[in-house]
Write a protein that binds this ligand. Structure first.
Ligand code: ADP
Length: 244
């Protein structure tokens, strides 16, 4: 428990080794219900790896990942029900349309016909997909593909969202829309999102986790990391060994 709220996303000593190389090493944090946490770090720091460990797409070499208290390795179904995941490279099955892909995922998740129709309508609207609803995903822009991935993460109305760079590849208007969406979702959900855009952290997050070289190097509030946005960038460089 943190702040009296149950932990919804927990990394406990998570390490992932590829041979002798540690993509993540002993990463530990706990995100309580209702919190929106930013996952920061330079390229190659271990953000995507940690997110894959938390969503069960990778098995940890050491440690435990829990979603809503369920061990992701041993209680996979329970954890999967609670979490929506936007992977770094967007949706698979490029030959399908957003409509076909999302319907398929809804059916796999066991949503009933009525609920599925309602959820498809909701995600098409909230992720602004109406215009491309019937077009093959392979023909869509990066921004639209990203939003199909977002729709997939939201489809079953999960309590927890793990979003790997949700605004990557979006133009400023689309970025604004996705931020507004995250703001709105934050009222009812627990969110971990990775980003390279530090202004985004101030806009939508109340907690920062900073990873560098596979290790967690900062865990605290946005205000504790830096008072102003410029400071946030300076602190990021200090904590990750970048140029002053
Ligand atoms: P980030 O998301 O912060 O950019 P990643 O989690 O994708 O970082 O990667 C962390 C490190 O692990 C990088 O050095 C990356 O090259 C390495 N890595 C990721 N996946 C593999 C893999 N399958 N095999 C070997 N090394 C990997």
């Amino acid at each position: 428990m943190t702040n009296g709220q149950p932990a919804m996303i927990e990394a406990q000593g998570l390490s992932k080794f590829y041979g002798n190389f540690a993509a993540t090493r002993d990463v530990t944090f706990s995100i309580p219900q209702g919190q929106v946490a930013a996952f920061l770090g330079p390229n190659g720091a271990g953000k995507s790896t940690t997110m894959k460990l938390l969503t069960g797409f990778l098995t940890p070499s050491e440690g435990i990942a829990r979603i809503g208290g369920h061990d992701v390795s041993t209680n996979r179904m329970e954890a999967a029900e609670l979490v929506g995941y936007l992977p770094e490279n967007g949706p698979l099955y490029q030959e399908m349309t957003p409509k076909g892909l999302l319907r398929y995922f809804g059916e796999v998740r066991g949503l009933g016909a009525g609920q599925l129709a309602e959820r498809l309508d909701f995600v098409a609207r909230r992720c602004s997909l109406e215009e491309v609803w019937g077009k093959p995903i392979s023909k869509l822009s990066r921004g639209y593909r990203q939003r199909v991935g977002m729709a997939q993460a939201l489809l079953h109305d999960p309590k927890v969202l793990i979003l790997d760079e949700p605004t990557s590849g979006l133009d400023p208007n689309q970025t604004f829309q996705v931020r507004e969406l995250i703001h709105d979702l934050a009222k009812t959900k627990t969110i971990l999102l990775s980003t390279h855009i530090l202004s985004e952290v101030k806009a939508v997050c109340n907690r920062v986790l900073l990873i560098n070289g596979g290790r967690l190097v900062f865990d605290g509030t946005v205000d504790a990391m830096a008072a102003q946005e410029a400071d946030l960038e300076k602190r990021f460089r200090q904590l990750t060994g970048g140029a002053a």
